[in-house]
Design a protein. Sequence first.
Length: 409
Amino acid sequence: MAMQPLPHLTSYRQLLAATEVRALLITTLLSRLAGRMFALAIVLYGVTQVHSTMLAGWLAFAAVAPGLVISPIAGSLIDRLGSPWAIAVDLTGSAVFVAALAAAAAVDWTNAALLLALTGCFSLTSPLSFAGIRALLPRLVAPAALDRANALDTAINGLTDVAGPALAGLIYGFAGPFMVLASIAGIYAAAVLCIAQLGFTRCSLPRLAPLLSQAWRGLHRVVTDPTLRGLALSYSLYDVCWGILVIVVPVFAARHFPGDAGATAAGLLWAGLGLVGGITALVTGHLQTSGRESRFIGFGLLLTAFAVWPIAASFGLSGLVVGLILIGAAAGPIDVGVLALRQRRTDPSELGRVVAISMSLNLSGGPIGSALAGLLVAWSLSGTLAVAAAACLLATCAVACIPADKAPP
C-alpha cells in the first residue's frame, strides 16, 4: 500500500479526520501508553517486589539498551519491509514478552536473570515501532503540515506521560504487578489491530548481507552528518537526565509515602509532567520552527537543567512537583524542534534507517542515566539530581554543534 502525502491536511482537525493519519495516531497512542506504563511498572517491580534499587536500575536499562544496539538493522528493515509491517512486528513481540513477565509475576517468580532476559527481549524490537511511526508520519502529510503533525506526535507523548504512569501506578497500587503487566500486554495487542487498518504490502525478508550493508550506510550517514550528529550528542546527554528521573521519582515517592501509596504518587507525579508537556507541544506546533529549531532546543535544555537542580533537588515534595512541571514545559519545544530538524534534513528514501539510528543514539543516554541512578540514589537523591542537571547543561553546550539555517538535501 503506497503512502502518499495528503496536501490538503493543514489543521489539527483535518489531520485527525484523515483515516490513515488517525489510524497511525491511535496506534501511536496505544503503543506509547503501554510503553510508559511498562517503564514505571518494571521499576516498581524491582523496588517493591525484589526490594532492590540496583535491580530496578538494570531493569530500566534492559528495557531500552538492547533495542538501541540493533537500531541500524531495525532501520534497514523499516526501509525494506515498510513501516506498517515493522510496527506490527514490534507490537506483537512486545505483547508476547510483557505477557510472559505477567505470568512470572502471577507465580511470584522474582528471579533477576529471568526478569532481565524477558525485559531485554521486549526491548529488541522496540526501534521498529519507534522509528517506524516517525518515518511513516511525514509520508502521510505535506511539508506545510509537518510541524502540526509533529506537535500531535509530541502531544501524544505528553498524554501518555500523563495516563501511562498514572494508570500503572494506580493498577500496581490496587491490584499488584500481574494485573498491570497483563493490562500492558492487552494494550499492545489492541495497537496491532489499529496498525492493521493501514494495510500491508507484499514483501519478503531481505537477505542478511544487503541488510547489514544498508545498516552500515545508515549509521555512516548519521555519524557524518553534522546536524544528525549534533542532535545525537545533545539529546543523548538530555536523555541521561530522563534516565535518572525514571529511577529518582519512584524512589522519592516510596520514601515519602507509605506502602502502595508510593506507587500511586509516582504515577501522579509523572502525570503532571506529561500534561504540561502535551500542552506546550501543541502550542509549539502553531509556531514556525524552520530555521529556529536550535533555539527551541537550547532554551528547553536550559529550563530543564534549572528545574532539576536546584528546584527539584532542594525543596522537598513541592520542589519536585514544580520541577517536574517545568521539565514537562520544556519537553514540548525540545521534542518538536528535534523531530522537525531531523525530518527536514533527511533524504526521504533513507528516513527509516536515519530515524531508527538517530533516535537510538538520541535515546542512548536514558539507560545509562537509569543504571547510574540505581547506583547513586542510595548515596543522595539531591546529588543524583545534580548529576542530571549537569548532563542537561552539557547538552545545552552541545546544541552549538548543530549547524544553523542549512537547507534540506
